[in-house]
Write a protein that binds this ligand. Sequence first.
Ligand code: ZN
Length: 259
Amino acid sequence: MKSFATSLIILCMSFTPLVAKQQRAHKVFQVSTFSALLNGVYDGEFKVKRLREFGDFGLGIVNNLDGELIAVQGEYYHIDPKGYLKPAKARLLTPFASVCFFEPQKTFMVRNIKDINALQETLEDKFYNVNVPYAFRIDGTFPRIKLRSLKPQSKPFIKFAEAVKDQYVFELENVKGSLVAFWYPMYLSGINVPILHMHFASEDRKRGGHVLNIELNTATVKMMELNNIEIQLPSTRSFAKADLEGDHTHTIKRVESRN
Ligand code: ZN
């Protein structure tokens, strides 16, 4: 006969996956804040290896702006400054990233979207709660997609609005692939990129980048509402000394311009 202690251990073990799943459900984990990125905090201390513990899906930036990150279907990719993907090394550092365990609640089709603003409106039409963030995975064929990747910077770092002037912008045509997107309400704009922030990975996982604009014919959208935000605030000197006060609205409009 099992002892009481053994029974208790078995009982606890059987509940552990359920508890873990409840804890991670609808939670977005992010490294640092958008206001820190805007202010030139590019030397993060958080490794891709640790990001995996918090999500199988997401996007971010690589330290020193040496390209971007995308995570889709549990695979993390480093998008280099020319828009080519390679598996992200476990030791790669990020100064800013958002990830979640993607468990969509809604799936729907979208058709004949002429640009990123039209896509945004179509997605927002599906919201029940307009004051929480959302995660989206959008798979389809894109007649045209305009992307950027960042160029590496060295210290002393210039502000993000200056750094993106030197970004590498390119277009892909008639490409199949996946968009990884987060939508945040405007009131959280110092915390994360407000409204729609998307990264792209082609179906062959060779090309990608931060999305500036898109056209799409037909795509499947999977959507998850996020009710819980966990933020890992850096302990680096550059974060400690950054001036994060103030209204970033004008800067955000400049760095996220959709041309
Ligand atoms: Zn981005």
